[in-house]
Design a protein around this ligand. Structure first.
Ligand SMILES: Cc1cc2nc3c(=O)[nH]c(=O)nc-3n(C[C@H](O)[C@H](O)[C@H](O)COP(=O)(O)O)c2cc1C
Ligand code: SF4
Ligand code: SF4
Length: 436
């Protein structure tokens, strides 16, 4: 049976599944029940500095986007860091770690951007027996207005500075949690590395307004007639998170920097995708909030079964396997030609492929042949875009097939050799380069 244990920057964990810093990790009662269900680790809900804790709103703090089946697709929150006393949190972290020595215990931190503030909290966290710290440079609401969270994560120089203080004042591995609310994720990741961080984790939540209540014209969630932007997460953000993870994994300046992947992970498959893009652990928040701690059982079983099927004995054997296949557009093979193929036996004749192809301008799928409702691909028009595959309600009814010989659409022979835009005759830059 596959070994799914992980060693992430020296932090041992029986599996790669950690609960992300959020309400499910805000107290010992929760964390212990999560460990009972099998979670490999937790990142404790972000701690702030000593003194009176932050205060949350006392009304709705969540908003959501649902699919037509009411499945939660995107989730939004205006919650702050922990509103529980620092001493209580530290005591609970100490006790839980003592009772669960084999699980990863990471403590998330956010204090003002002053050396003394970081030094003070790091000393206290070191005494808890925790395995690592995560610097929350990502929270995009409330705390950022106070110069913390994403206000730090958006300035690479601050990231580097705080990471280096943490390395100086703590013996624990330092994970820098990045905000996605930035144009190019490579800059903060490089800064974290320069500051000596052991790893980065991403993503924290995305600035968002999920809905406007049209009765009172206020953003949702609404507090006494007003709303503020919140942080977006859940399945909808997975593609954004994976792209950012891949950017860091393939950037020559941060290549090899350990990454803990976060964002929309609900299943073992989501997790395996993040790991294939280079992640050494994954973190989950919305899925645990929506479906409860038990989802980890399916994650563990699914990942082990898949690894057994594929013959992978350890996570390391497929970690990062997808990274070399993430390419810039200009290097994609322009001689790779495909056409759509419709399996007439599984087609339910709904017509969605026809309408999509017709109105998206390729007009490559019939709807009537000899007076009968028949949906067939017209190879002479098909550009191989695969829109029809994506709109068809029957899985695998439409597939894409690579063709060779002459392309019926262009009437040109298909060159079997790889060639990309950098050398294409229509590329003015390529022509210029060749002339020189
Ligand atoms: C209600 C809520 C509270 C959160 N609080 C924190 C926090 O205190 N610290 C932090 O680093 N991230 C916090 N997050 C962000 C999550 O840790 C995670 O980065 C984000 O939700 C993306 O993961 P997901 O798509 O699995 O939810 C919070 C998220 C939610 C939904
Ligand atoms: S692949 Fe694109 S062009 Fe071809 S049939 Fe499907 S939608 Fe039309
Ligand atoms: S969308 Fe799929 S099921 Fe519907 S007509 Fe087209 S091929 Fe058939």
């Amino acid at each position: 049976m596959a070994d799914i244990s992980t060693n992430f920057v020296g932090i041992q964990s029986p599996n790669p599944f950690w609960l992300a810093s959020a309400p499910p990790t805000d107290k010992a009662y929760n964390v212990e029940r999560a460990f009972d269900e099998g979670w490999g680790g937790v990142v404790w809900k972000t701690l702030g500095e000593a003194g009176p804790p932050v205060v949350n709103v006392n009304g709705p703090r969540y908003g959501a986007i649902h699919g037509s089946d009411r499945r939660l697709l995107g989730f939004n929150n205006i919650e702050l860091i922990t509103d529980r006393d620092l001493d209580v949190n530290l005591k609970e972290i100490y006790e839980v770690k003592k009772r669960w020595p084999d699980r990863a215990m990471i403590v998330s931190l956010m204090v003002p951007c002053e050396e003394q503030c970081w030094k003070a909290i790091l000393e206290r966290v070191d005494d808890t027996g925790a395995d690592g710290i995560e610097l929350n440079f990502g929270c995009p609401h409330g705390m950022s207005e106070r110069g913390m969270g994403s206000a730090v994560g958006q300035v690479p120089e601050y990231i580097e500075m705080v990471a280096s203080w943490c390395k100086q004042y703590s013996r624990l591995p330092v994970i820098v949690k990045l905000t996605p609310n930035i144009t190019d994720i490579r800059y903060p990741a490089r800064a974290a590395k320069k500051g000596g961080a052991d790893a980065v984790s991403l993503i924290n939540t995305i600035n968002s307004i999920v809905a406007v209540d049209l009765d009172n014209f206020a953003p949702v969630p609404t507090i006494d007639g007003k709303g503020s932007h919140g942080g977006y997460c859940g399945p909808a953000v997975k593609p954004i998170a994976m792209n950012m993870v891949a950017e860091i994994a393939r950037d020559p300046e941060t290549k090899g920097l350990p990454i803990s992947g976060i964002g929309g992970i609900e299943t073992w498959r989501d997790a395996a995708e993040f790991i294939s893009l280079g992640c050494g652990s994954v973190q989950v928040c919305t899925a645990a909030m929506t479906y409860g701690f038990k989802i980890v059982r399916e994650m563990i079983e699914g990942l082990s079964d898949w690894m057994d099927d594929k013959g992978y004995q350890s996570i390391g054997e497929f970690q990062g396997m997808a990274v070399p296949n993430v390419s810039d557009w200009q290097h994609l093979n322009l001689n790779y030609v495909t056409k759509a193929r419709i399996d007439q036996d599984s087609c339910i004749k709904c017509g969605r492929c026809h309408i999509a192809c017709e109105d998206t301008s390729h007009q490559a799928i019939t709807n009537m042949v000899n007076g009968e409702r028949v949906f067939e691909v017209i190879d002479e028009e098909c550009v191989g875009c695969n829109l029809c595959v994506n709109v068809c309600p029957v899985e695998n009814c439409i597939t894409m097939e690579q063709i060779s010989g002459v392309d019926p659409r262009t009437k040109e022979p298909i060159d079997p050799d790889y060639a990309n835009w950098t050398t294409h005759p229509n590329n003015p830059m390529a022509a210029k380069d060749a002339a020189e």
